[in-house]
Design a protein around this ligand. Structure first.
Ligand SMILES: [Zn+2]
Length: 189
């Protein structure tokens, strides 16, 4: 290969790597704008099981995300933003399953500290049971800016149920949650 051909060959390789890198970076940055991490929690308390995160550790996780510039959105806000093809740079969703009381006593004040809000999905049958939220504490979470959604009524896996049983799980839990958002006598929010 002559000297000029060699130089041309090397320049072509360098340009190809740079252009390829730019496309990869663009892909990555588009991916970041379109993707939102969803962090799923259950209990926020000092218990030694896989469903619990100690409040101190939870606080440290939120502090880290806050330090990295993340802001939170509810699952509903996320769904709406996706529909409108909005850019979702450094957005995240924090979801909480089942409806544990510590979500109000431990998680909500920590989230408030960082300007975050949670999306909680109640297994409605448990509302009012010991260790779980109840009607009044559900309303308090709404006042914290949290979103409340359904995690079924009986907390049964929907794929194991008949269509009629699935309807029951969805309708019964929806009625209860709608009552929180629109209680008789007008909204309390
Ligand atoms: Zn669950």
């Amino acid at each position: 290969m002559s000297k000029i051909n060699y130089r041309f060959f090397m320049i072509t390789i360098v340009v190809a790597v740079l252009v390829g890198g730019m496309f990869l970076y663009k892909d990555f940055s588009d991916f970041c704008d379109a993707s939102v991490p969803i962090f799923a929690y259950h209990r926020i308390e000092d218990a030694n099981d896989i469903y619990s995160v100690p409040p101190k550790e939870f606080d440290a996780q939120m502090a880290y995300l806050h330090g990295q510039g993340y802001t939170s959105m509810t699952l509903y806000e996320y769904a709406m933003a996706r529909k409108k093809h909005e850019k979702l740079h450094k957005k995240m969703v924090l979801i909480f399953d089942d409806g544990y009381r510590d979500n109000l006593t431990n998680a909500a004040p920590i989230l408030q500290k960082y300007g975050y809000k949670g999306s909680i999905f109640l297994a409605v049958k448990f509302d009012g049971w010991p260790g779980y939220l109840d009607w009044d504490s559900d309303l308090k979470l709404l006042k914290y800016g949290w979103e409340i959604g359904s995690h079924t009524y009986n907390h049964k896996p929907l794929t194991t149920l008949t269509p009629a049983q699935v309807d029951y799980e969805l309708i019964k839990s929806k009625e209860y949650i709608q009552g929180l958002y629109y209680p008789p006598g007008g909204p309390t929010l």
